[in-house]
Design a protein around this ligand. Structure first.
Ligand code: FDA
Length: 394
């Protein structure tokens, strides 16, 4: 097959790749985007429960993880959440703020994919879907990229193939291999924003709680997230747990505050005063959902009437509700993780352009880079911003 020469080849047509292609195309570059999936932007489609949480009003470096989260600041400041909101507005996509600054489409998330496809077409970008990629090499100033449609040549290559999360949706870890083949360092990768799992003996009491949700606060690895905690058949999930999963490390406990913003000691003392003959489980059900209250009464091993519990014992129980220690054994892994932590070491990249310092013309953007956002639209904003940054120069 014939070789073709492109100004820019973008590998991966997810959020970051499409954002970069639009920018490079608008600069008049001859751009080819290649993806092995039949459909582009599949993660955009399923994101935010089908409504795409496309950015967050509160974007700042503290909302990102990585060996050097400050690496993200340059791109995030030059293409901000407001810039992306302006795009969304001009495409006529209506949106709303759900909670904690999280912006969602009012309608289906496919509107965002359609906007990106339209912008790519308008800026003359060529898109190949269902096209496998092979090795990428560099000869002088020219890159050679093996594709199912033959070897392509390009002056610049932007790697936007994402991480390892949700292999069922086409995630491959391909980008890490390309980085390695050019001698770029990687940081350790692991699943992030993922439900946590427990050993069999723990599951015995967790399973009956499946479906119970509490507005709690989860703490691990020096971070605390106040949001919902959900018990499932496999362990614990919900926004607070997904957030803390990115900070939690195997072998560490998670601390749950089951009643933030309340004074459980006062509530228990009040229950003792007004309903002394009732049992602890009944009193706890005023504080947490009934099924959980029943379980906690067993954890605290109190079966007698409230009247028999001393003030000190009530204080200890209240403290237990504020700092309930659970010991997960692992996570559900890449099968369900929303993101991959770690990736191409930011030390090897230029923060302004995303270009590899040691390989002129080679760029890494989006999730493949060792920058990971919190839950809440931060990961898409990183994809848009890093894609925009590379698209300005590639
Ligand atoms: P992304 O994974 O989107 O794209 C990579 C592309 O490369 C894919 O199209 C893939 O097919 C292609 N590719 C991979 N390997 C290849 C190969 N070997 N050859 C050719 N092509 C290859 N974030 C957020 O901010 N708000 C949200 O609401 C959500 N919701 C959400 C829900 C779920 C279920 C998941 C799994 C994830 C989210 N996220 C999210 C995270 C967000 O989806 C993620 O951070 C971005 O999609 C990352 O964008 P990228 O373009 O870097 O990778």
């Amino acid at each position: 097959m014939r070789k073709s020469m492109w100004d820019v080849m973008v590998l991966g047509a997810g959020a970051a790749g499409m954002a970069a292609a639009v920018e490079a195309g608008r600069r008049g570059r001859r751009v080819l985007v290649v993806d092995h999936a039949a459909k582009v932007g599949e993660k955009i489609r399923i994101s935010g429960g089908g409504r795409c949480n496309f950015t967050n009003l509160g974007v700042s470096a503290e909302k990102f993880l990585g060996r050097n989260p400050r690496f993200a600041i340059s791109a995030l400041k030059r293409f901000t959440q407001w810039d992306f909101i302006a795009r969304i507005d001009s495409a006529g996509i209506t949106w709303h703020e759900k909670t904690l600054g999280q912006l969602f489409c009012d309608g289906p998330s496919t509107q965002v994919i359609d906007m990106l496809l339209r912008d790519m077409a308008d800026s003359g970008v060529t898109l190949w879907t269902g096209c496998e990629l092979g090795a990428v090499t560099k000869d002088g100033d020219i890159f050679r990229v093996e594709t199912k449609r033959g070897v392509q040549e390009a002056r610049a290559v932007i790697v936007a193939t994402g991480g390892k999360s949700i292999p069922k949706m086409g995630a491959t870890g391909y980008g890490y291999k390309i980085a390695e083949s050019f001698g770029l360092p990687l940081t350790e990768t692991r699943p992030g924003l993922v439900p946590l799992t427990f050993a069999e003996q723990e599951l015995e009491w967790i399973k009956p709680l499946a479906g119970v949700a509490v507005q709690g606060r989860a703490t691990a690895g020096g971070k605390t997230f106040p949001e919902a905690v959900l018990f499932t058949h496999r362990g614990i999930s919900g926004p607070a747990i997904l957030q803390i999963s990115s900070y939690w490390r195997e072998g560490e406990p998670i601390s749950l505050d089951l009643c933030p913003g309340t004074d459980p000691a006062a509530l228990l003392r009040e229950a003792k005063r007004t309903a002394g003959r009732s049992q602890l489980g009944t009193a706890l059900a005023q504080i947490v959902p009934e099924r959980l209250a029943k379980h906690l009464a067993e954890v605290f091993q109190e079966r007698g009437p409230m009247a028999e519990l001393s003030g000190a014992r009530l204080d200890a129980i209240a403290a237990g509700l504020r700092d309930w220690r659970l010991m997960p054994v692992g996570s559900e892994g890449y099968r369900t993780a929303e993101v991959t932590l770690g990736g191409v070491d930011t030390d090897a990249l230029d923060a302004r352009t995303m270009q590899a310092k040691s390989v002129p013309g080679l760029y890494f953007i989006g999730e493949v880079v060792d920058i990971t956002g919190w839950l809440g639209g931060y990961n898409f904003q990183w994809a848009w911003s890093s894609g925009w940054a590379a698209g300005q120069v590639a």
